[in-house]
Design a protein. Sequence first.
Length: 229
Amino acid sequence: MGKTNCSCEKCQLKSLFFSHVDASEMSNICDIKVEKQYSKGEIITTEGEPIREFIYMKEGLVKLSKTGTDGKDQIISFSKPFDFVSLLSVFSSKTYKYSVTAIEDTTVCILDLDVVKNHAQENALFAMDLMARISEATDKILLDNLAIKRKHLKGRIAHVLLYFSDYIYKNDEFELPISRREIAEYIGMTTENVIRTLSEFRKDKIIKIFGKDILISDKKRLQNISDFG
């Protein structure tokens, strides 16, 4: 993990979240905000640890996961650049209800949580923006999980492939950033079922697999499987 100071003038965070903060306030925020770099596989936050920081994702990709009563991990969601990976627990709990792990090399911006809370108390428009972002993050996770639960095995795996293709990488050819086991943790199926279904997709010439690289060969068919499978 690396740590550096950062500049806010051209940062997407300013327009996404601090548009209602004046120049002097923004300068103060920038003075105390830092960047941290995490390598793939590094844990950014751990379920159960105290929440002291407001975390904004600048580059990379992370997974949000929770440990079940059986001791197994369940992936809740994924977050990409310009997402706020600490929002779900930041005002509802004193500790994180989930862990955040980098699944690609990732850069985050970190701000002391008390600073954010103080601005929310003093700036109504900022507070409204904050609530909107929390609602958006919650809605995304809720809708994604509902969409997956309504599908059968093949539909769930097709959904995951299309998610990375359309939403994350915007390309039909990409390196799958998670393992077969992690796909299983996300869709609530076994690793063996995931491996078998991907193999069937390959045999049916819907996708090509080169190690961790995926090429979607028949996107229309994959979309149909996701929609109706």
